[in-house]
Write a protein of this length. Sequence first.
Length: 430
Amino acid sequence: MKYDVKNLKLSNIGKNRIEWAERDMPVLRIIKKRFLKEKPFKNVTVAACLHVTTETANLMITMRAGGAKVFLCASNPLSTQDDVAASLVKDFGISTFAIKGEDNKTYYKHIKSVLAADPQITMDDGADLVSTLHSGGYNLKNIIGGTEETTTGVIRLKAMAQDGVLKYPIIAVNDALTKHFFDNRYGTGQSTIDGIVRATNVLLAGRSIVVAGYGWCGRGVAMRAKGMGANVIVTEVDPLKAIEAIMDGFTIMPMSDAAKIGDIFVTLTGDIHVIDKQHFMKMKDGAIVCNSGHFNVEINIPALKKISRKTREVRAFVEEYTLKSGKKIYILADGRLINLASAEGHPASVMDMSFANQSLSAEYLIKELSQSATAIAGSRQGGKIRNRVYPVPQEIDEKIAKMKLDSIGMKIDKLTPEQKKYLASWQEGT
Ligand code: ADE
């Protein structure tokens, strides 16, 4: 088999870093131990399209421990850690198709290489794998179900289900509380700041940072930027989230006003052209602009190119655009996920819960849906399992929260019988 990794010698570094991440993934370690014994994925092929990081490596190793044949490609052309890809291939024998900085053609070639394995389970982050699988020419007969990691992917898949084109059930891992409360907020919060700092080495204290979008990810970034001493401005389209941002102590204003005062801009909306030509025109000389949303569509870079007279790379992941007026604007990582492009993504201890959700949701799909092909077909046609997006079962979410708490040695109170009785009664309590 031909492996598309740049340099297999990198694998030693990758292996050590994978082990380092594993130390902070106690929940996944427990799951791996059980999977090794129970082999829930015996004879199951899993196609995964995820950011190829040390944390993802541990998820892949866990799935393999459960008996799965695992095929992995990147969910973003810039997020791959080449040493990890090399180690997965060399040390763990996991087929990995990913190179940091791959072009669009190679990115899709790698997705197709993974799909050629004829998977029963898909694991996606952003829904590029699933949408390619639905693009025609693929046999979906063997597919049991899939999981989706991120907000953007869940939105895309729900749109596919709504249009009646989704051909198999998917579990929205993103929507589990043990995922988005922690990964989206604390993970994105820390790793986005990490990405900006690693790319630029600028001091955040005293700067005006504009955070576009106050979903879970935006909340995390705003909170951490404030902690670093920045003056945080939030832009929103949702009145409820805007009120929340105000009560959390941030200034709210439209992007057209924020553009004039921001030193650093971060987009986390999931939508297109949140920073557009009219905003670039208003920005200060030296403004730094980056994105931490899934796709590189939030910043209208083609519009910026049109109003610029030259561009040059001033340091890794920092592109300088000189406008016709002479003003300079700096775009980080070509508008791609800054936390994964110039840093290493979320730390292992939050990915522990996200990937516990991935592995247990995949196991749930196998246990619930793979009794027989007829059962799947039957249940899909008007039966209880439809081709739509499902939440992570609550028992799984709660179990992961308990395991995480246990693993860090924290104990909590239990309701007394009297308290349980009180909560179950609707009569005024005595
Ligand atoms: N998404 C954000 N951070 C990540 C990480 N460290 N690994 C995989 N996916 C991620």
